[in-house]
Structure formats: C-alpha cells, structure tokens
Ligand binder design. Structure first.
Ligand code: ZN
Length: 415
C-alpha cells in the first residue's frame, strides 16, 4: 500500500480538514473541532466532530474526489518506553522541561499516550525517578499523555541472557513493602510491572499487584510451563517483549516461549523494529495470538532519535546504530531506537495484517488492557487522534491531536 501525498492534497487538507469554533454550553466555552479524512479501519471518508476533548460524532461522507488522502486513526499508545531524544526517564534529576521535550518529540511520531518505563535500579534511584516523573501529572499540557508508569524489574531473573541489559547488582526478589514505596513516589500510577515468575515470592507478589489493580507482565524470566501457568492463575496478563529478555541458547522443548504462546490469557508485547525479532518470529507470534491479543511497544531508549555512535550508559559502553542499541560486552540488545509508529509499519510488512489491525495493536489493544478511555474512534472516547499518510508502508504523521487539542502539525510544505 503506497500513497503519495501531493502538495495540492496537503493544501486542501490543511485548509479544510480542521475547522475549530468555540461554542457556549451552560455559559462554559466548549472547544469544537471537525476533522475530515479517511477512517483507518475501513478506508471510507468521515467527518469526526470533537467537543470538549472527546469524540462527539462520526459522520460518514459520500465518496468524493476532493476527499483528502489523509488517514485518521486513534493516537498511538506505547506502554514500554525508556526515554527519547536524549531524555532518559531513569535520570533522577529529570525536570519538567525534559518531560516537555520528550512528550513533544513523541507527539511528532503519533504517540499520544505512553508509560515512561523504569528498569532495574537501586531503591533510592527508583524513588527519585518516580518522584521526578510524577511532576508530569501537575502539568496540564503533558499530563494527558502520561497516564502512568511501567516498572520493568528489579524483580526479574538475575541470570545472564534472561536479565538482558539489566544490571545484575540491582536485581532482587519481589518485596511488596518496597513496591508500595514506589507506588507512593509515583502517586499510585505504576500501572504495569514486569516480573520474573520463577523467582522467590513472585507468585504472591503477582497476586497482590493484581488485587491492587496493577497489571503484571512476565518478562526477563526463565519460567517453566508450570510456573507460567501459576503466574497467569495469579493474574499475570502480559508477556513483556516476547522473544527478547531471553537467553540466546535455550532448550528447544523446555523454554519460556512455548508456554507463554500457548496460554491464551497472556497477551505478548512485541518490539517489531526489525532487529529485536526476526520477521518469522513476528509472523508466528502474530499467527498464534492474533491481532486482538498482541500489543506493540517501542522499548525505545533515551538514545532513540540521537546520532549513531558509542555512548556510555550506567558506566557501560553501548552502541547506537541508526535503528537499535546494542550492548556488545554481553552480546545482547540494550534497547530499541525506533518509535512505535515504525513498529506499526513493520508489522504490516511482516504479517500482511491490515492497517486497522496494525494500528489497533498500538492503540485499541493497550487501551483495553489498561481500561483507558482512548484508543478507539467512537463517540465518548477522548479525542486522541493521528492524521497521517502512508509512504512505502511507513506512517508519516501529519497532525497529532490529544484530548481534542492539536499538539503537532507537520511542516510539510517547504519551498
Ligand atoms: Zn526488557
């Protein structure tokens, strides 16, 4: 599927597709907007009316020659991202300007919502980082894009390979009291925790988190089929970046991949950046789990968006290539460098899934998992929308809307 945006189309789009007008209801100013384009799910022209930050009406339009060749879809939701454009969420001295920078950079990529993700670190650092990140909730400009956080570790496997690029010295067994302290620092907004189910105390911890409303994901682990079954019984619902956070050499029969694929209660997250998984792994995982039970994540590091080269992180040398970050000392990937919009394009290429399925894996599916009122184009949902073209199966974001407000417009026309 290749569509080229012409200059006249862009002009038409910019001129006519977005009409704003204030209206007064009960004396209060209500921002009204109308957006026109091609609905991503069935490729028919629509007009979407937005009122008070929510989708208020979806009107089907007659097919007409002048309909702009711009798709409209829900904004992308990334539940695993460690930083972006040089801003590291694991920096305890992070300030509000850093958060603004990263949120704005992600809006450009069509990401309207994301969970800043912290990896294994010492106790004091995690407390400081969650406290620093929670500043976002006080800022009306960026708070709509950050509903909460993902804690990946420190309750994971200490074994080389399975721990991936997490530092062994920070890995420890689950401790509910300690986790409560993180929740307090995070204002109870840790929505997702990645845990290894086979380590001491993990199953009761999974049960407690689930009872408290936190979603548990299994990751960086070497759980047996029995342990994985127990974890799902205790409430675990996701598998973190399936196929990664796993040793390079595993037993072909007894390994953590098969039981997670076999258990239909588990929804995997996949890093479809073209490096973390082979095309065939993506095809198989997608065939097994299907478009409704797969979630895309970027797992992007703070280095994403910067110049390729060698960088020092946590005192270790990592290498940024244009699309991925490697940790040569242990021959593992340290993280990704592509935004989730790239993964949406890639999964269409790899699996031949359609545009709706690809987008939904990065919007509707995570929204449903976390009960977020977004990720769908239907009335009453928060108006988090992206307008985009597709060029060679890549999403080119033209406009991003968060809670009914235009937060990014591509400077498309340059003479
Ligand atoms: Zn990981």
């Amino acid at each position: 599927m290749t569509n080229f945006l012409t200059r006249s189309n862009v002009l038409f789009f910019l001129t006519f597709s977005l009409i704003c007008s204030p209206q007064f209801i009960h004396g209060q100013k209500m921002e009204q907007k109308t957006i026109k384009g091609i609905l991503y799910s069935d490729k028919t022209p629509v007009e979407i009316n937005i009122s008070d930050g929510k989708i208020s009406e979806i009107v089907r339009l007659e097919k007409e020659n002048k309909t702009p060749d711009i798709y409209i879809a829900p904004g992308l939701i990334d539940i695993q991202i460690n930083g972006y454009m040089g801003v590291d969420f694991g920096n305890p001295d992070l300030d509000i300007n850093d958060l603004h920078k990263v949120v704005k950079s992600l809006w450009k990529e069509g990401v309207t919502t994301f969970f800043p993700t912290l990896v294994s670190a010492d106790h004091e650092k995690l407390i400081k980082c969650f406290t620093a990140l929670s500043q976002a909730f006080d800022d009306p400009d960026i708070s709509p894009s950050i509903p909460g956080f993902h804690l990946e570790g420190p309750y994971i496997s200490p074994v080389k390979g399975f721990r991936g690029a997490h530092l062994e010295k920070y890995i420890r067994p689950p401790d509910w009291e300690e986790f409560i302290q993180y929740q307090q620092a995070a204002r109870n907004k840790i929505l997702l925790v990645t845990v290894a189910p086979e380590i001491d105390g993990a199953i009761p911890f999974i049960r407690k988190c689930t009872e408290s409303g936190v979603i548990i994901s299994l990751g960086h682990h070497n759980g047996t089929a029995e342990i994985i079954r127990q974890a799902a019984d205790a409430g675990a619902r996701i598998s973190t970046h399936l196929g990664n956070g796993c040793a390079n050499m595993i037993n072909r029969h007894i390994n953590p991949l098969w039981p997670q694929l076999a258990d239909s209660r588990i929804t995997p997250t996949l890093i479809v950046d073209g490096y973390h998984l082979t095309r065939e792994e993506v095809q198989v995982f997608y065939k097994v789990k299907g478009p409704d039970n797969t979630i895309l994540v970027s797992d992007a590091l703070d280095l994403a968006g910067l110049e390729p080269g060698e960088y020092i992180r946590d005192g270790r040398k990592v290498v940024l290539t244009p699309n991925v970050v490697r940790f040569p000392a242990e021959n593992v990937l340290a993280g990704a460098a592509s935004p989730i919009s790239t993964c949406v394009g890639n999964i269409m290429q790899f699996t031949q899934c359609n545009l709706r399925q690809a987008i939904d894996m990065a919007s509707a599916n995570p929204a449903r998992m976390f009960n977020l009122n977004m990720g769908e184009i239907s009335t009453g949902k928060r108006a988090d929308l992206i307008l985009f073209t597709i060029e060679e199966e890549k999403l080119i974001i033209q406009k991003t809307i968060v809670a009914g407000k235009v937060v990014y417009t591509r400077d498309q026309i340059k003479d």
